[in-house]
Write a protein that binds this ligand. Structure first.
Ligand SMILES: C[S@@+](CC[C@H](N)C(=O)[O-])C[C@H]1O[C@@H](n2cnc3c(N)ncnc32)[C@H](O)[C@@H]1O
Length: 365
């Protein structure tokens, strides 16, 4: 079993993204999940998971319980160690300093040397307390009636958890270097790189996969998908956007610098085009992601917004078995009408007047 330390404010969405790098993901406490297996290279490319560790054991969220877990655990490692403790959102009130000292001493008593600067092994000790839904799935039900999902059997349970594990993989936290305003081409409405990476991962971005954004704007999603190794294709109705996306993709995917995630950057292709009439064969790509225009903000010359989204959903269903749609409203009924099944739905509050909806769609046939 592995311990996943989630980031961001929406654990359900973080866990859904983690499924692109892990199997059998299950949330156990605020900010924490476990999984049966992980792919360490993919964990490096996750946006909303910070670390994955080989789980040693679990107890209650206090130092004595963490110590008991460690004392009882069998340890098949050699070399130097460091203990790093975290109290998720300050929820448990545990002194992480005291936890690190106590757990470090147990390891020393068992014959390990401590090296805080360059240890051979890092023991993560994570404490978390709070409410978590249990008994339900991570699917559409969590977001309520809006998506007319299956009845949600989840109940909120209060949990108190400490989990110990040997660190295996950490995600690369370089998203700040790709803030929309720092990119060579910027337009208002560009997607934040963290969300862009997460939706790219959920759509299946990885080496060997091809991801399409048919309304690519500045290319935010395509950049993130390309950095985790996917080959990417973009279209946009506006020539200015297609040219700008090319500039951004050239900058980030043709860099000579070593790839931050350790995988080779994917290839890219961007052209001017209409998302409702794609010049692509049936099943040409593995996943589609698009950030639908927000009506008031984006230029839509030829379509009513409803027709544009319905048309884009139908074309996406023709060219890919999976899609992720981001919008300022739920397009769930349009998605169903276009032949999609709603696999999961999430609401992400951006600020007071803007909520973003994320739909994860699987082809029905
Ligand atoms: C919300 S923006 C996408 C932003 C993008 N995710 C980013 O990070 O920059 C929506 C884009 O859809 C494009 N668009 C509008 N109608 C379109 C159509 N029929 N086909 C393709 N693109 C279209 C707009 O030009 C705009 O760039």
């Amino acid at each position: 079993m592995y311990l996943l330390e989630l980031g961001g404010e929406d654990d359900a969405f973080a866990a859904r993204e983690a499924e692109s790098a892990a199997s059998g993901v299950r949330r156990i406490a605020p900010g924490l999940a476990v999984s049966r297996a992980i792919v360490p290279e993919r964990v490096r490319g996750l946006a909303y998971t910070h670390r994955a560790s080989d789980l040693l054991g679990r107890g209650d969220a206090d130092v004595a319980s963490a110590a008991a877990v460690l004392e009882a655990a069998s340890i098949d490692r050699e070399g130097s160690v460091a203990v790093r403790a975290t109290d998720v959102h300050g929820s448990s009130g545990v002194s992480t300093e005291q936890a690190e000292r106590k757990l470090g001493q147990i390891l020393v008593d068992r014959g390990f040397t401590v090296d805080l600067d360059d240890p051979d092994h890092v023991l993560r000790a994570v404490f978390s307390e709070g409410g978590i839904e249990t008994g339900g799935s991570l699917a559409a039900g969590e977001t309520g009636d809006l998506f007319a999902a299956e009845p949600d059997s989840s109940v909120e349970d209060d949990v108190s958890v400490c989990a110990l594990g040997w660190l295996v993989a950490e995600s690369v936290r370089d998203f700040g270097t790709r803030a929309p305003t720092d990119k060579p081409f910027f337009q208002p409405g560009s997607m934040d790189p963290l969300l862009a990476r997460a939706v790219a991962n959920v759509a299946g971005a990885r080496p060997g996969a091809t991801v399409l954004d048919p309304m690519c704007g500045t290319g935010g999603v395509l950049v993130e998908a390309g950095l985790v190794g996917a080959d990417v294709i973009g279209t946009d109705a506006q020539a200015k956007m297609a040219a700008g996306a090319r500039e951004n993709l050239r900058h980030f995917l043709e860099s000579d610098a070593p790839s931050p995630t350790g995988v080779e950057r994917g290839s890219w292709h961007v052209g001017r085009g209409d998302a409702t009439r794609l010049a692509l064969a049936d099943d040409a790509v593995d996943g589609v992601v698009f950030d639908a225009p927000y009506g008031r903000q984006s230029k839509i010359d030829t379509h009513r917004l409803e027709d544009l989204v319905a048309g884009a959903l139908a074309e996406a269903e023709r060219v890919a078995p999976r899609a992720v749609v981001i919008a300022d409203r739920s397009w769930a009924s349009e998605a169903r009408a276009a032949g999609w099944e709603l696999e999961a739905a999430f609401e992400r509050r951006v600020h007071r007047s803007l909520t973003r909806y994320v739909l994860v769609l699987e082809r029905r046939r």
